[in-house]
Design a protein around this ligand. Structure first.
Ligand code: PFF
Length: 447
């Protein structure tokens, strides 16, 4: 019998949904932009290390406690022995993820506009086509709102019919499309310089403490950690699933897509620069950071002639889907809380909570210069890693070790004697928290 809370129907569906949550703007917008800002390969290196050493252990912790308690972050801390003092962290997760959704929908709205752009061009509505991608306040609010409403509608649809269906259909197509584009980009004049910057670290830059803080934030953001997105998806997973295997697959998919996105955007940036698009200022710094992909990608598609119109339409369509499979996992967190703890219907919860954060997103869009980057920094660089640290402390130090093992044994009976069980608890207890603390301390000292 399937659970009344809703459940993923297949392993593939779960992996696609969790990978769908992980893969999104963080990979295709955040990762290449941060890489370009922070010295190329040096940033990539730290991001990879922190993902394996800190992100992966926290991801498995979230999956495990979520499935154990079959609840949202607040309910999970309430249900597991010793978790009472951690309940405020659960609430902080609900709010953080709501604020993440509020800025995320703005960027996703820009992508939606870029998806509509070639359609308008095809029907000859050139000035409308120009207007939608101009990122003025009205179009930002309009397309951000369209994206937000889509998110709410899918979450109203529930787990199997909403989230799982969407993720399974489109995530594989996006991957294939990106690989084909990488194949094209690296043939363009100037692109090889981008490949070099992307793959060869400049070790002078690795010593910059802000770089490491950004890499940590990126690792947490990209794996949807800390705020309970993965915890909630874990709670919808069958007991027969092997969580360690699923977590490994999701992490590899996430890193893989980020890596491919970097391989697409960074060389495309250098190719666009060689072709005359202004990407860098006189000192070699990026001109408009948050906007990078919106300058580079259209320039790339233009270089393809007429075929570029079709490619651009398809690419931005898939990007909007990738963003949707992430945004639904964000809204799902507070909605799961309202459904589990407040007995609200899924529909009412999605509309009320979605409506609230939609208004927040409009307020951010109307005050872009003052609010946008501040909200991103607070939620992703600070709140997510701090919440991750709290999860490490709870699972590593407070939660009963046998209960943890019992949960992991379901779907993976041999895990008791495995190497994983020797290493993972130690990482959660010691290595990951210390690393998070060091990254924070050194970033404060450097201020
Ligand atoms: N991981 C998503 C991305 O890389 O775009 C962003 C995200 C999703 C963050 C879900 C937090 C979350 F709960």
């Amino acid at each position: 019998m399937s659970s009344p809370r809703g459940e993923f129907s297949s392993t593939f569906g779960f992996v696609m949904a969790a990978a769908g949550s992980a893969i999104g703007l963080g990979n295709i917008w955040g990762f290449p932009t941060q890489t370009a800002q922070n010295g190329g390969a040096a940033f990539v290196l730290f991001y990879l290390i922190l993902t394996f050493v800190v992100g992966y252990p926290v991801l498995l912790a979230e999956f495990t406690i979520g499935r154990h308690a079959k609840s949202n972050p607040v309910g999970t801390y309430q249900k597991i022995d010793g978790g009472k003092n951690f309940v405020p962290a659960g609430f902080l997760g609900l709010f953080t993820v709501g604020f993440i959704l509020s800025f995320y929908s703005i960027v996703a709205g820009w992508l939606t506009a870029f998806f509509v752009h070639p359609l308008l061009k095809m029907i000859g509505a050139d000035s409308a086509a120009q207007w939608v991608v101009s990122q003025n306040t009205t179009s930002t609010v309009l397309f951000g709102s369209i994206f937000f409403i889509l998110t709410i509608l899918i979450v109203v649809g529930g787990i199997k019919n909403g989230i799982e269906k969407w993720s399974s259909r489109f995530m594989p197509t996006l991957l294939i499309m990106m690989l084909v584009l990488v194949g094209y980009v690296v043939t363009l004049p100037g692109a090889m310089e981008g490949v070099r910057v992307y793959l060869l670290p400049d070790f002078d830059k690795t010593m910059n403490p802000q770089l490491i803080l950004s890499a940590l934030g990126q690792a947490f953001f990209s794996l949807s950690l800390g705020v309970g997105g993965m915890l909630v998806y874990g709670s919808y997973t069958k007991k027969s699933e092997n969580l360690v295997r699923l977590g490994t697959l999701v992490t590899l998919c996430d890193i893989g897509v980020a890596f491919i996105a970097g391989m697409l955007i960074i060389p495309a940036m250098y190719a666009a620069s060689a072709a005359g698009t202004e990407i860098f200022d006189a000192n070699g710094n990026l001109i408009s950071e948050g906007n990078l992909i919106f300058q580079v990608l259209p320039a790339l598609f233009d270089s393809m002639g007429t075929a570029g119109i079709v490619v651009s339409f398809l690419f931005f369509f898939l990007m909007v889907i990738a963003a949707l499979t992430s945004s639904i996992s964000m809204l799902e967190v507070p909605v799961a809380y309202a459904v589990d703890n407040r007995n609200m219907s899924r529909k009412k919860a999605a509309m009320l909570i979605g409506g609230f954060f939609w208004i927040v997103s409009i307020i951010i869009a109307l005050n872009m210069s003052t609010l946008f980057s501040g909200v991103i920094t607070l939620t992703t660089k600070y709140s997510q890693p701090i919440l991750g640290l709290i999860i490490c402390i709870f699972v590593g130090w407070v939660m009963n070790r046998n209960k943890l093992l019992e949960e992991l044994k379901q779907g993976n009976p041999e895990i008791g004697n495995s190497l994983f069980m020797k290493i993972w608890p130690f990482f959660l207890k010691v290595v990951s928290p210390i690393l998070i603390l060091i990254v924070f301390l050194q970033s404060f000292i450097s201020w």
